[in-house]
Design a protein around this ligand. Structure first.
Ligand code: FE
Ligand code: FE
Ligand code: MG
Length: 176
């Protein structure tokens, strides 16, 4: 990183590096979880769920790129091997072993909630100290908040669909 760029960087650079290196591992694992989830998904509203999971996968990969660039800029090294992702991750990896859409959505909502906590913490650490990291993390956090909202909205839509089915079943029975 440029000398002036380093000079204005307040706060503990080593701590910020470590936090970003961990978040970088999270982004790759989240990317893969969404990407594979979209492939295996089964159940109601599958098309809509797949589209949303694929969109989120693309966002997580973009986040990984943003975080890697900043790590390198402040003199750190993004995990050089995928093996390291498991050592570094905050949020872990939930295998999409059960492809039922509801289970996938629940797993991914948990992941987003963890991502929100992770980035909120980095904002707290960089606030008024490292403006560039702060600004980048704020952009990512806005996406993660939207991701959680999108997934929870899909679950709600699913529930109201099931309600409708029950209601029409009941109506059919009354008719007969
Ligand atoms: Fe992300
Ligand atoms: Fe996300
Ligand atoms: Mg979305």
């Amino acid at each position: 990183m440029g000398t002036k760029g380093i000079e204005i960087l307040g706060g503990n650079v080593e701590e910020i590096k470590t936090l970003l290196e961990k978040a970088y591992a999270d982004e790759w694992l989240a990317y893969y979880q969404y990407w594979l989830g979209a492939k295996v998904a089964k159940g109601p509203m599958r098309e809509g769920v797949m589209a949303e999971l694929n969109q989120h996968a693309a966002d997580e990969l973009r986040h990984a790129g943003m975080v890697a660039d900043r790590i390198i800029q402040i003199g750190g090294t993004p995990a050089l091997s995928p093996k390291k992702w498991y050592d570094l991750t905050n949020c872990g990896y939930d295998e999409p072993a059960d492809p039922y859409v509801r289970v996938l959505l629940d797993q991914n909502i948990k992941g987003e909630q963890c991502a929100i906590t992770t980035y909120k913490n980095i904002l707290d650490v960089t606030k008024e100290k490292d403006f560039v990291t702060y600004n980048m993390v704020l952009q990512i956090l806005q996406d993660e908040v939207e991701h959680e909202e999108d997934l929870q909205a899909l679950l709600e839509d699913m529930d109201s669909m099931v309600c409708l089915l029950y209601t029409s079943d009941a109506a059919d029975e009354e008719d007969s």
